[in-house]
Design a protein around this ligand. Structure first.
Ligand SMILES: [Fe+2]
Length: 202
């Protein structure tokens, strides 16, 4: 007797590692700190003891390259999931600088199809992983008597950060960032992306 599992409504996190990450990040990290110097208070959001910029990177020339890649990656994912052609991809992005001791509370992002994170500078794994909570809310009614978590029984999944890596996931997927236990800043760019049909001309 063969028993085969079939995944229903799978939750994907897509990832890519930039080939040119070293040079790309060397430039980008400077732009991140320059932005913090301009606005040392930043915004208070999900960050605990960290600095977060306003979500305005999409309009800043110093972030043009990463803005382009965010959109390109999300377009490729959308294509793979049979989104309509000729959609307009709008995004908002912001910088997170989590110094030692900083973290991000669990949260999700409303009104966007994709959310994501791009890692620029950090000391892994001590700087803290991003963690995702099981979105199948009803599954929280009971835990499974398993010896170790599997894709099916797990309640939380942690993904290791890596400089040059991007993760993209549905905006509704709850996530947070563990405390930075390294001695260095954890610098990343987070984003939300919305794909909308183009309005007819005229
Ligand atoms: Fe987030």
């Amino acid at each position: 007797m063969q028993i085969q599992p079939r995944a229903l409504f799978p939750t994907y996190v897509w990832t890519t590692l930039f080939d040119d990450r070293e040079a790309f990040n060397a430039k980008l990290v400077q732009a991140c700190y320059a932005l913090r110097d301009q606005d040392p208070r930043g915004v208070a959001n999900t960050n605990v003891r960290g600095w977060q910029s306003p979500n305005t990177l999409q309009g800043l020339e110093a972030f043009a390259d990463i803005n382009l890649r965010i959109v390109q990656v999300c377009q490729r994912i959308a294509e793979s999931q049979k989104f309509m052609p000729n959609l307009v991809f709008q995004h908002q992005a912001w910088v997170n600088i989590n110094p030692p001791g900083a973290s991000n509370k669990i949260h999700y992002h409303a009104n966007c199809h994709f959310s994501g994170i791009y890692y620029i500078s950090l000391k892994a794994p001590e700087c803290g992983s991003i963690f995702f909570r099981d979105p199948r809310v009803a599954s929280r009614m009971l835990t499974y008597p398993a010896t170790e978590p599997t894709d099916f029984t797990t309640e939380e999944v942690r993904l290791a950060p890596e400089a040059g890596r991007m993760y993209v996931f549905p905006g509704w997927l709850e996530h947070g960032v563990e405390e930075n236990l390294s001695g260095e800043d954890r610098v990343s760019i987070a984003f939300n992306v919305l794909a909308s049909p183009r309005l007819p001309a005229g």
